[in-house]
Design a protein around this ligand. Structure first.
Ligand code: ADP
Ligand code: MG
Length: 268
């Protein structure tokens, strides 16, 4: 299948949902890996103090490692913390350490506190990237606001379970606030249904409900619940390399292909 078309300019996607455990990190890591395997140059910025994306991408993130924390708080250039992902040409990671937990508070009195990440990205030159995925923490605090202010697109993973839509209006409201006040081009470009269990009626009902609300924003590809997907991070891998033939890897590959071939949305 070879290389997929490269976007005319770098697409910056913030993967956000203030609920934990809905598949944000899994989605950021695996879409990034899938795209990188088809000729795209991709950076994952880990914006969660837990550092799960850094773990999955085998990137050092012990406390004290230069990380996104220093970029946001101490003006360290982003380029100085970006690391190539071992075994994955074209894939890079900007790690997060637990230090980042303090940033949520330390940012409060800072000048331009909502746009520190955007500034770091604007000053980030020298690497020709096609995609940047920003993996958000499970909250709507200043870290997520920084991610929303730095992106053109929001990608929302939605877990196919009972409370799936709860909290979504709050997220959309925050996106709207950031769009109105900080980042006019911002658009919710992509919704991805995750952890789909084909055996349950509930999952298909949730999927149907999300599609009727959000139409074409929802990718046709749906990510199934798959043990291989959840095992991969403990081997410091994406499922794309851990078990490329698994249902989860194939679904993420399909989703990445859809993302790459869809028209790049333009904000208002
Ligand atoms: P978030 O970043 O939103 O908190 P994660 O991506 O970390 O969510 O996923 C939460 C948990 O669910 C993790 O343990 C992850 O390995 C697991 N998981 C994510 N997607 C799947 C899937 N498709 N099938 C099985 N387990 C999954
Ligand atoms: Mg996460």
């Amino acid at each position: 299948e070879g290389e997929w078309p490269r976007p005319p300019k770098c697409r910056v996607l913030t993967v956000a949902n203030q609920k934990g455990g809905v598949g944000k990190t899994t989605t950021a890591v695996n879409l990034a890996a899938a795209l990188s395997m088809h000729g795209q140059r991709v950076l994952v910025i880990d914006l969660d103090p837990q550092g799960n994306a850094s773990t999955a991408l085998a990137t050092e993130h012990r406390s004290g490692t230069p990380s996104v924390y220093q970029v946001l708080i101490e003006d360290l250039p982003l380029a100085s913390i970006v690391k190539p992902v071992p075994g994955m040409p074209n894939l890079y990671c900007a790690p997060a350490t637990l230090d980042l937990a303090g940033a949520e508070i330390e940012l409060v009195p800072m000048v331009g506190r909502e746009t520190r990440l955007r500034r770091a990205l604007n000053n980030f030159t020298g690497m020709e990237l096609d995609y940047i995925f920003i993996d958000c923490p499970p909250s709507l605090g200043l870290l997520t606001v920084n991610a929303l202010a730095a992106a053109q697109e929001v990608l929302i993973p939605i877990q196919c379970e009972y409370y799936a839509l709860e909290g979504l209006s709050q997220l959309l409201q925050n996106v709207e606030l950031v769009r109105a006040h900080l980042n006019p081009p911002l658009v919710v470009s992509t919704i991805l249904l995750t952890m789909y269990d084909a055996r349950t009626k509930l999952a298909s009902q949730v999927a149907e409900e999300v599609r009727s609300h959000f139409g074409d924003t929802v990718l046709k590809s749906v990510i199934p619940r798959s043990v291989r997907v959840s095992e991969a991070p403990s081997y410091s891998q994406s499922v794309m390399t851990y078990d490329p033939g698994s249902s989860g890897a194939m679904a993420y590959m399909d989703a990445a292909r859809e993302l790459a071939y869809r028209a790049v949305p333009s904000g208002s």
